[in-house]
Write a protein that binds this ligand. Structure first.
Ligand SMILES: NC(=O)c1ccc[n+]([C@@H]2O[C@H](COP(=O)([O-])OP(=O)(O)OC[C@H]3O[C@@H](n4cnc5c(N)ncnc54)[C@H](OP(=O)(O)O)[C@@H]3O)[C@@H](O)[C@H]2O)c1
Length: 338
């Protein structure tokens, strides 16, 4: 029987690896693009799959090799992984070895006591479900999504180790762990022989907790750091300078971006930051990303997007002027103003 090959619909830009810089995750062998794309919002079962597909293509054409997911991304939970799996099948399978795909478990996913937090039972069942939804044999990074105060860390880290040893993930990561918990987790993983590749905390000009010990800890331990919500879910962009646009995250029902976060004080700071960004020839989104990337401990800024042009703007911004000491001081003054 003659096999007729299915024509590929997408050919990645051959110049993609010249369009972005890469940084090494801690002391590991893995390099990540300085900007990675997360699929928490705008890739769910209620979003336009064509727009999701256009964003993924744009990102990969810009050299963004890392796509970040979690079991619960939706709505409904799981649907972002399904969307990603469908697009992967159409566009990205020939590029699988050029991609770093991550998923996570740790938040509420299914009913009963085994679908939340950090038991071995939950993590191992969840990775199987995620692989099925995405149509993958393995993910590159599997994270424990948040610390579990009631499960021994040895059990949770043991589950990550077992997942890596089973070949269902290539590397283990932790997310939202504070410095002391991170220290312990990293130590246990190292003892088990599955070093922690990377930590995923939130970090932006509006939320700087990682500067109080976590970045030092990761640097000391040789663990990478990929920072999520570097645009504070869109607050550190031009989106909310003049109210709440209808098509923005803050306008969506049940949004993780609470309108209360857009207080007069925050918006007035954002306006001042926006003016300063313009003086530097940057958009505010570009300034916010270059600001997190000023820290050498940060391997990658993990952004979200609602349209392809946002991703392009941010990657292009990483090539513009590096922030000087004086620029940093001006930003500090704006951030400290009441
Ligand atoms: N580990 C965890 O616990 C955790 C938690 C949260 C997120 N994450 C990860 O981090 C990823 C990113 O989080 P995030 O979406 O909150 O990140 P973010 O980059 O801070 O915010 C993304 C939003 O900013 C706006 N935006 C992006 N680029 C823009 C541009 N150039 N100009 C104007 N507006 C722009 C868009 O808002 P509009 O939609 O309004 O256009 C976009 O949806 C997630 O997808 C997920 O992978 C992890």
């Amino acid at each position: 029987m003659k096999i007729i090959p299915v024509p590929l619909e997408y050919f990645a830009d051959p110049l993609r690896y010249e369009k972005i810089n890469y940084r090494r995750a801690g002391l590991s062998g893995i390099q990540l693009p300085v900007v990675s794309l997360g699929l928490w919002n705008n890739f769910s079962g209620v979003d336009s799959i064509e727009n999701s597909r256009a964003m993924l293509r744009t990102a990969f054409d810009l050299g963004i090799t890392h796509f970040d997911l979690a079991n619960n991304y939706g709505p409904p939970p799981g649907s972002a992984e399904e969307t990603f799996g469908a697009i992967l099948k159409k566009d990205f399978l020939p590029y699988r070895d050029e991609l770093i795909i991550s998923s996570k478990a740790g938040y509420d996913m299914w009913p009963g006591p085994y679908g939340d937090f950090g038991s071995r039972k939950y993590l191992i069942a969840s990775i199987d479900q995620s692989l099925k939804r995405m149509g993958l044999d393995y993910v590159d990074i599997f994270y424990h999504h948040r610390p579990d105060p009631n499960t021994p860390l040895e059990e949770t880290m043991g589950a990550l180790d077992a997942i890596v040893r089973s070949g269902k993930a290539l590397y283990a990561g932790i997310s939202n762990y504070h410095p002391k918990e991170a220290h312990q987790a990293i130590k246990i993983l190292r003892q088990l022989g599955t070093p922690c590749l990377i930590h995923q905390p939130n970090y932006s000009m509006l939320d700087r907790w990682v500067e109080e010990g976590l970045l030092d800890e990761l640097s000391k331990e040789g663990v990478g750091c990929i920072v999520f919500s570097p645009l504070a879910q869109g607050i550190l962009t031009n989106r909310y300078l003049n109210g709440i646009p209808e098509d923005s995250r803050a306008a969506k029902p049940n949004s993780a971006l609470d309108r209360a976060e857009l207080s007069d004080m925050v918006i007035s700071k954002v306006r001042r930051l926006n003016e300063f960004a313009q003086q530097l020839g940057l958009s505010l989104a570009q300034l916010a990303i270059n600001w997190v990337l000023r820290r050498p401990e940060v391997t990658s800024a993990l952004i979200g997007a609602s349209r392809p042009s946002q991703i392009t703007e941010i990657v292009q911004g990483t090539w513009k002027t590096a922030l000087s000491k004086e620029d940093m001081q001006t930003i500090e003054v704006i951030l400290s103003e009441e």
